[in-house]
Write a protein of this length. Sequence first.
Length: 392
Amino acid sequence: RPLRLSRALLGRARGFLVPGVTGRPPLRSLSAQGSAKLLVSGSRDGPSARTPSFDGTHRAPGSHEHTYRNLDTCEPSLPGRHPGSFALMRKRVPGRFGAVATAMVTPFDDEGQLDLDGALSLARYLADNGTEAVVLAGTTGESPVLSDPERLELFSVLAESLTIPVIAGSTTNDTAHSVELTRQAEAVGCAAILAVTPYYNRPSQLGLVRHFTAVAQATSLPVILYDIPLRTGRKIATDTILQLAREVPNIVGVKDAAGDVSGTARLLAQAPEGFECYSGEDALTLALLSVGAVGGICVASHWMGREIGEMITSYLAGDVERARQVNAETLDFVAFQSSDDAPNPMPAKAMLRAMGVSAGECRLPHGPAPAWLDERAGAVLAELEKWRVSRG
């Protein structure tokens, strides 16, 4: 007992959350009963004028209501583990949009037209299987081949119908176009904006600051930067992200698909309190968690959302070994999501077909999947199911 008491006091002094010692993590509010609830707002410093304080719900413009997850504790419940075994581990909580957001594919019908019923059905399936927010019209959502009316119809239908946040991929490589799409995404009830680096035209870092600032100033919603230099041709420099995080209140995080874990560590070591990093590369999620990420915007969560959520929440709760084990055992299932012969989102749609979930084929230039990809998806799914059975 004296040893446990001293650890508790030490944890309290250092700001750790330890068993039996209460603490108040950032970006959360405490209800009268003492349970912690996620707080989503238009800025890191608190709710915006259009998104007032709330207990677990967010009412976006247009009176659409989104219900968010209530996390009462991060204490792991593991068989054979003594609750004091994490006493000196700093416990963290998932980000404002939860541990697992899914970068959702965009379903098309047999004629290649936008399938809104399929999109809504898929989003509900994801929400029932570990997804806590959906990102629409991102890389995986085939944004380059969606017209503006298709994007906005997709945003509107899902934002109105879902009880999890809808994050809109509303930007392009044209700043004025991005500003207009962002305004419309907010008007139809989206909960946040994912703002990708302008692609092909490769602006300077000053140009990036001006572009992202213009997008953020067009909305009261939280804005998440999307850094994916492999696809855009331009890395958002660490100093640029830090400048935006410090100067633009509603730029609240980054989806990090840059593949530079040490760079992310430097970023998060200097970022203002409340600025969040979401892994944008599933294979690196555990590594990014180790340097301060709060969750993932994932592709593999289409077929293993609960397992990804288990890995992330285990790590944040202090059970690094369990997180490492889940990560190690699912590497092959994650790796299926993209290759040179079948780039994302082709494998994701093939996997959904193998699961019996309708999403159609990709539009050109990705185009219909080769037969071998569907065969491979079936084989990967069979191995995933075997692994699940082996876990009991």
